[in-house]
Design a protein around this ligand. Sequence first.
Ligand code: DX5
Ligand code: ZN
Length: 221
Amino acid sequence: MQPTVIAPSILSANFAKLGEEVDAVLAAGADWVHFDVMDNHYVPNLTIGPMVCEALRKHGVTAPIDVHLMVQPVDRIVPDFAKAGASVISFHPEASAHVHRTVQLIKSHGCQAGLVLNPATPIEVLDWVLEDLDLVLLMSVNPGFGGQSFIPSALDKLRRVRERIDRSGKAIRLEIDGGVKADNIAEIAAAGADTFVAGSAIFNAGDYADVIGRMKAAVQG
Ligand code: DX5
Ligand code: ZN
């Protein structure tokens, strides 16, 4: 199990003052910045791209930027995100014609590579590629929007992926994304997640330090 990471999803931040919002969640105890990229093609929504990632780096953000690509095709945007300062780049296997090649492409650009499993994607997609990954991201909502409810079957899926990661003996993170709140994060952690994305639960709270503190306390039991 890797050290706990709380990664606020900036999808729920105030985009009119994004730099300040990111500074504020990091000052409040967040570890990573979760950066949701949607293309109105692979998912029914349109968000932000490499220019905004680069702008956050120029603004002075030094924390890891965790890029969640919900785009198709994947490969041609990878070098742009690497250049823009992405730390981790994760993608959906359904959006890439050659999953193994995309993983190698991400790593060849000096970033960590993650594979994202939608709620209905079987975990067998991890066969033959798990040991090359730095991170597995399980979706506990269908991708495209913030503020949806956690799908309970994700807990069993987390336990099964945790088993596989442990069996591999590799330092692979297990990240969960969608509907994570201070009041359900303890059972999500118990199921095996070590990296927690939370958008609306953090950015809709008045006091970022309070909610992030409660999340960390709940994970630590
Ligand atoms: C959904 C995104 C999530 C989203 C999570 O497609 O990948 O990162 O921002 O938002 P909440 O935490 O509100 O469910
Ligand atoms: Zn995400």
